[in-house]
Design a protein around this ligand. Structure first.
Ligand code: GLN
Ligand code: ZN
Length: 766
């Protein structure tokens, strides 16, 4: 039996890689010093994994930027605009592909970045063209294997499998079916495997997470042909799947001629039995039994109950144990946490602890449970403590949740009745202008927050500072001529953290960083218990803003689904229930805002789409409870109170009916980059309420002209009645500078004025 790991976080326990990368990019660190940081981190990570007792340690999971980009480099896939000479694809070329520029080489447009399956990690999308050639073009993997071997590490190289790599690639230039490239691609994989075999490697981990997706028949066929060809390679292949169950691809995956297969049993425990039934006698079965996507300690005894019969059935020689997926998605080490209380800490396991869990399970199977009785007892105690803790289980929350019925899920009247009431109260013109919430987070704001957190600035002073910032933003918006104002969010560092810190049931780590892309990391809060709102969270800021102006100020909240999707969430109850608890807490905030005289409230659901399950047949269930949670948060208000929501992406054609079901009076969305492409969806589906298709791309420093924005709105007005259109940016302005925001918003107001003249001022009023 073997224990192993699929990937270790590479950013470093103290984010050493982040800081070294950023210094290198700024020209403050020479290239050899950056390489040295990489070597040190790899050595440290390999040592940690060996110390935990793993039999096989992944190599090639380290990356200076992204593992998909590294695979493209290895295959010699570099878009033409980077002027590659066909030699070694070196680090600076990789950085240019990732970020558009590097200390050496000409700048060019960076490659597209997108989410890695259903995680919050972003990879660089490989670009392929018709007639694409592939050639082994990077020595990095082989060097790292040699480096590990020199340190006595039992190395198991990790590759992204050919079918998944191609699946993630995008065809550029003349449209063509990228699958035709597989034939060209496989010889290079063959060469890579032969090189590894030459280094004495026995096993290679071939990551093929595409196997957990809905695959078209041609792609299933591609798996057959690819692995029949790679079968002749002089190494053993571990076909590695994660982030879900194989389902309809189970027979396919089990039948592929690889010496081993890895299954994610954290996400899809139900696939164990059918997999055992179809496991060919020659194949090793690697079971991902420790959840690589969440931060909870494993139930070791529960896992053993399942594993012991498997060991008896297939024999220990064919059974391997590992985390469910790469540990890239969890923080490095719980032992670095200094602020978490003992009780909470006792419930958690980060990457380092998860590997200890894997080896404990391995030992129990090999040598008997009694040899690890202390570890099993500790795991049992953690579980019992979670089951009983009064911090987790709050009877008043359970009672309230049980009492939720349909009356709480609908506004009093339908939109057609609400609309004139809101119009009369808000006194808005045709094409009303607004923004999405945040205004630039200036150095002053950041410094004040830091000073306050470090105790250098007194609470009263910080408070006064924020009230003053709000006053400035309100005055500026009035002068600019915006119709519906915001308070600017100066008090928020992050749209999830701000609310998490004010709700009971959330905890924050000091060092729980997880890589999001490149050198960027996020520190997701841990939602561990029933959610309670001890006091209003936003009312004083919004009412202060409202007291300074006659125009309406929008209250600004982060929605329940977004709070859920951007946190590590408890695994002891369905996500839907946790989401409903968040919704109830937000519902109270919404009602407090209304009672304080706020006439419009925006509930942001920036992360609604990214919670979509990988498999289509599960979308309905997710959207069902997600929409329900939004409605639970929003529906308590009177008809004349206007509910807004905001989503920052353009592809939601496929979920438009669900978004309509949310029944927000106004939705603002991202569209400017796609030239209103999104609005094509409105051809087939008539969105019933008001909509603000973003006309100002806030991801770019460019200032859009009046005519550009007016033109975008004219496109929108072809699909949506003008009296239901709003004019606004794509997203919040917090990452922009005032020098850009001021002219852009002035132009936006002028664009709205131009549109009102064109479409007739009277049309939409009253
Ligand atoms: N209200 C938030 C802001 O303006 C929304 C951010 C987001 O959608 N990501 O910053
Ligand atoms: Zn947004």
């Amino acid at each position: 039996m073997k224990t192993h790991n699929l990937g270790f976080p590479r950013i470093g326990a103290h984010r050493e890689l982040k800081f070294a990368l950023e210094r290198y990019w700024r020209g403050e660190l020479p290239r050899p010093a950056l390489e040295e940081t990489g070597r040190k981190l790899r050595a440290d990570h390999w040592r940690r994994q060996r110390r935990a007792g793993l039999d096989l340690v992944p190599v090639g999971d380290f990356s200076f930027y992204d593992q998909v980009l590294d695979m493209s480099a290895l295959l010699g896939v570099v878009p033409e605009r980077f002027g590659w000479d066909g030699g070694e694809v070196d680090l600076d070329l990789c950085f240019r592909m990732a970020r558009g520029r590097a200390p050496r080489g000409e700048p060019a447009a960076a490659c597209e970045m997108t989410k890695w399956f259903d995680t919050n990690y972003h990879y660089l999308v490989p670009e392929v063209v018709e007639g694409q050639r592939f050639r082994l073009s990077s020595e990095r993997l082989f060097q790292e294997v040699a480096e590990a071997q020199a340190q006595g590490i039992p190395a198991k190289p990790v590759l992204i499998g050919p079918v998944t790599w191609l699946w993630l690639a995008k065809a550029k230039g003349r449209p063509f079916d990228r699958l035709v490239l597989l034939d060209e691609l496989l010889p290079v994989y063959g060469e890579i495997l032969a090189r590894l075999a030459g280094q004495g490697v026995e096993w290679v981990q071939m990551d093929e997470p595409a196997l957990v997706l809905d695959l078209p028949p041609a792609w299933k066929q591609a798996f057959e042909s690819a692995y029949h060809r790679l079968h002749t390679a002089p190494v053993k292949l571990l076909l590695t799947t994660y982030f879900g169950g194989l389902e309809d691809n189970l027979g396919l995956a089990m039948g592929l001629p690889t010496e081993g297969i890895h299954l994610d049993l954290a996400r899809a425990p139900e696939q164990l039995e059918p997999a055992l039934d179809r496991l060919p006698p020659y194949k090793v079965l690697s079971l991902g039994v420790v959840d690589g996507r969440n931060v909870w300690r494993a139930d070791l005894e529960g896992v053993l109950e399942r594993l012991e019969p498997v060991a008896r059935r297939i024999g220990l020689e064919r059974l391997w144990l590992a985390p469910s997926c790469s540990l890239l998605h969890v923080p490095v080490d719980l032992n670095l946490e200094e602020t978490l209380d003992e009780e909470l800490r006792g419930w958690l396991a980060f990457a380092t602890q998860k590997l200890e869990e894997v080896t404990t399970l391995g030992r129990a199977l090999r040598e008997g449970r009694e040899t690890v009785s202390a570890a099993l007892a500790a795991s049992r105690r953690a579980r019992e403590s979670r089951r009983a803790s009064r911090r987790i289980h709050r009877p008043e929350v359970a009672r309230r949740l049980a009492a939720v019925d349909d009356t709480l899920l609908s506004r009093h009247s339908p939109y057609e009745i609400r609309r004139p009431l809101q119009r009369a109260r808000l006194g808005l013109p045709l094409f009303p202008t607004t923004t999405i919430g945040s205004f630039p987070q200036t150095d002053r704001i950041r410094k004040a927050r830091r000073d306050f957190r470090q105790g250098v600035m007194a609470e009263a002073d910080y408070h006064a500072f924020l009230q003053n910032e709000i006053a400035r933003v309100v005055a500026w918006q009035e002068a600019c001529g915006l119709d519906m104002l915001v308070h600017g969010e100066p008090e928020r560092n992050d749209m999830v953290e701000y609310f998490g810190e004010r709700l009971e049931g959330f905890a924050f780590t000091g060092n729980g960083w997880v890589q999001s892309y490149g050198s960027r990391c996020v520190k997701p809060p841990i939602l561990y218990g029933d959610v309670v709102r001890p006091a209003p969270m936003t009312v004083e800021w919004i009412t202060h803003a409202q007291s300074l102006t006659d125009r309406s100020v929008k209250g600004m909240l982060t929605g329940p689904v977004t709070l859920l999707n951007w946190s590590f969430v408890r695994d002891d109850q369905p996500r839907a229930d946790t989401c409903a608890q968040l919704a109830l807490a937000l519902r109270d905030e919404v009602l407090d805002l209304e009672a304080a005289g706020i006439r419009a409230i925006q509930i942001d659901e920036a992360a609604l789409r990214e919670g979509l399950p990988l498999r289509r047949d599960r979308w309905g269930e997710y959207l069902g409870w997600a929409v329900r949670a939004f409605r639970l948060a929003a529906s308590g208000v009177r008809d004349e109170t206007q509910i807004h929501t905001h989503m920052c992406y353009s592809e939601f054609n496929d979920i438009l009916p669900a978004i309509a079901e949310m029944d927000a009076d106004v939705i603002t969305i991202e569209t400017s980059r796609s030239q209103m492409e999104l609005l094509d969806a409105f051809e087939d589906f008539e969105y019933p309420n008001e909509i603000g298709p973003g006309v100002y791309d806030i991801h770019s420093p460019n200032v859009p002209t009046v005519e550009e924005m007016a033109a975008l709105m004219r496109l929108a007005a072809r699909r949506i009645p003008p009296e239901r259109l709003w004019v606004n940016p794509d997203c919040g302005l917090k990452t922009r500078r005032w020098e850009e925001v001021e002219p852009a918003l002035r132009n936006m107001v002028k664009a709205a004025e131009r549109l009102r003249r064109e479409f007739g001022e009277t049309q939409g009023v009253g």
